[in-house]
Design a protein around this ligand. Structure first.
Ligand code: IYR
Length: 220
């Protein structure tokens, strides 16, 4: 069944507006940092809903939108998730990660301890939907990793735009998240993000980003 096609209209910007807007957007996103120190200051649920709706505007393979965003504010669930994540992380930092990997993380100050899971007012656990069941039949989704990665990028940008902070936490393996949150078998945990305000004395490592000439090659 084909979609009905409708006209697409977007306000055309002048070259000056394009320059101003693109520069302002870049400068705004360049201020985003992964933050590990959270305050427990509450955040309006409607803000979180807007952030998730923004992530849901991402493009996806055959427009299958292969994602589910679980928002957890329940303290008991957050504690369970923290406990399970720290069990995995302790094993990872203890023996699963190579010495090279641990050396690469050292300057970032990460450890197996994940207090932010309990302190931040929300955690968002993003699940990828590897298949759907349509009329009792299993149908695989397409480009699921690409699609969910795009949605997470937009999620992170929307969190920053709302004046909040986040961190992409990747406990590994993370199948415990599907179990604790009681997700169906077609969903796999992809990313865990705390969302909230930074602690007033939050610190971040001083990092450089690649310069344009290091990250972009132009073919004229
Ligand atoms: N998953 C662990 C380890 C970790 C790995 C990378 I690559 C990072 O950039 C940061 C942390 C954790 O979330 O702490």
């Amino acid at each position: 069944m084909s979609h009905k096609f409708i006209p697409y209209q977007q306000k055309e910007l002048t070259s000056e507006e394009q320059l101003t807007n693109s520069k302002a957007f870049y400068e705004h996103l360049d201020k985003r940092r992964s933050v590990r120190d959270y305050s427990d200051k509450p955040v309006d649920m409607e803000v979180i809903e807007n952030i998730i709706k923004t992530a849901g505007t991402a493009p996806s393979g055959a427009h299958k939108q292969p994602w589910t965003f679980c928002v957890v504010s329940n303290p008991e669930l957050k504690s369970k998730i923290r406990e399970a994540a720290e069990i995995e992380e302790k094993k990872s930092y203890g023996s699963r990660m190579s010495d090279r990997w641990k050396a690469d993380l050292e300057p970032l100050g990460t450890t197996w301890e994940k207090p932010f899971i309990e302190i931040a007012p929300y955690i968002i656990v993003v699940f990828k939907r590897v298949h759907e069941t349509v009329e009792g039949e299993k149908r695989n989704n397409y480009y699921v990793n690409e699609s969910i990665g795009l949605a997470c990028g937009m999620l992170i940008s929307a969190i920053h735009n709302a004046g909040l902070v986040t961190l992409t936490h990747t406990p590994s393996p993370m199948n415990f998240l599907g179990k604790i949150l009681n997700r169906p078998e077609n969903e796999r945990a992809f990313l865990l993000l705390p969302v909230g305000h930074p602690k007033s004395d939050a610190m971040v490592p001083e990092l450089d980003r690649k310069k344009l000439n290091e990250l972009c090659i132009v073919y004229k």
